[in-house]
Design a protein around this ligand. Structure first.
Ligand code: NAD
Ligand code: GLY
Length: 357
């Protein structure tokens, strides 16, 4: 492996390595032969990523002795549903994947969530690897083993936990990302910075990072997320803090019919809960100002057109709800967030407190 590749070890599931650096897709076969062993490999990619990277991945897999087959689906969150999941499972069955075979998610968070879910339920579970091509997938979704699809009732409502066997994050892929998709990833990175604190937060608060800084930022985000996942793999405790901003975010995505991207919704949701926390006395100024300024510097929106009442109604289906209560993540300071459980009926007032006036 080239010298410029950084690695982060994640000790969850059977444990795996996240490799971050340039040129990793073109040599993925060689790298994966050492971790999952030569096998049949179903590569899932969306219709935007496939023309860019699928050939280089499948060629490398062939060269290393794998038998790759490719499943391509329409790009976008609206494909992250049971219908695409079912098509992918039928595809895997039609290509006779067996228990010793593997699924590769080549793409962003949508592909990772979908392909990971398929791997988790096909034959009651086969291995999968993540080949993230968006900044969002690099800093967040490719690590930690959460997989899901959206249901009519809301976001990520069906899924399984399945840690990948390997993550190969080829930073060259970020060069073809449109600016809006890059900003989506910055939203999850800033969220991670709020949770992890310094030096990550300040590194991101300055705005869009120089390309040379990206591998280091990705590695920091992955290492922080990895430490949280190692402490609480199945999301019953501290891992829930990774959902900072996500209660409002998932409501915004659902209200917009998934026209608002996940990253932009996370930016809006993080800004809402930061302002609400300050207004309700859960954190002190200038915490909210620092968070919203960091998001805005990265080209992200910090307000939503949807009313607190509409958002609170959409959040009724949130999976973080338990009975009549819902647990929010409260930024108490940069580098310190807490879980706060409130009655669902109080959510509208929290969202109202977080509105920008
Ligand atoms: P995405 O996968 O839809 O990718 C965004 C867009 O960028 C798509 O149109 C895609 O085709 C395109 N694209 C991908 N790579 C590209 C490249 N290198 N060059 C050009 N275009 C490229 O969305 P996303 O922002 O990567 O991920 C969002 C999803 O991730 C949401 O569904 C969210 O719920 C999920 N998510 C999951 C986790 C988790 O832990 N499982 C964490 C955070 C987010
Ligand atoms: N993205 C939240 C988590 O992985 O727990």
């Amino acid at each position: 492996m080239a010298q410029s590749v950084q690695t982060v070890e994640i000790r969850a599931g059977r444990g795996y390595t996240v490799s971050i650096g340039p040129g990793l897709l073109g040599t993925c076969g060689e790298a994966l032969a050492g971790t999952v062993g030569r096998c049949r490999m179903a590569v899932a990619a969306d219709s935007t990523v496939a023309p860019l990277y699928l050939e280089s991945v499948t060629e490398s897999l062939y060269r290393a002795g794998f038998e790759p087959c490719a499943y391509v689906f329409p790009a976008g969150e609206r494909s992250k549903n049971l219908r695409t999941l079912s098509e992918l499972l039928e595809f895997m069955a039609s290509r006779h994947l067996t228990r010793t075979d593997c699924v590769a998610a080549l793409g962003g968070g949508v592909t990772g969530d979908l392909a990971g879910f398929a791997a988790g339920v096909y034959l009651r579970g086969v291995r999968f690897v993540q080949l993230p091509t968006t900044l969002l997938a690099a800093v967040d979704s490719s690590v930690g083993g959460k997989t899901a699809v959206d249901l009519e009732a809301g976001k990520n409502l069906a899924g399984v936990f399945l840690q990948p066997s390997a993550v190969l994050c080829d930073t060259d892929c970020l060069e073809t990302l449109p600016p809006a998709a890059f900003a989506d990833g910055a939203a999850e990175a800033v969220k991670t910075g709020v949770l992890a604190g310094e030096p990550l937060f300040s590194q991101l608060a300055g705005g869009i990072p120089e390309p040379e800084a990206l591998p280091g930022i990705i590695a920091r985000c992955v290492a922080f997320k990895g430490s949280v996942v190692e402490a609480d793999e199945f999301d019953t405790g501290v891992r829930r803090t990774l959902n900072l901003g996500h209660t409002a975010a998932h409501a915004i995505e659902a209200c917009s019919g998934y026209a608002v991207s996940h990253g932009r919704a996370v930016a809006m949701g993080t800004a809402i809960i930061a302002r609400a926390s300050e207004k309700l006395g859960w954190c002190a100024a200038p915490c909210a100002e620092r968070i919203t300024a960091a998001l805005a510097k990265n080209g992200l929106p910090v307000r939503t057109e949807f009313s607190p009442e509409r958002l609170a109604r959409a959040a009724q289906s949130d999976k973080k709800r338990a009975g009549g209560e819902i647990t929010l993540v409260i930024p108490e300071d940069i580098g310190r967030c807490a879980l706060k459980t409130i009655p669902v009926g109080e959510l509208e007032a929290v969202f109202a407190a977080g509105e920008e006036r």
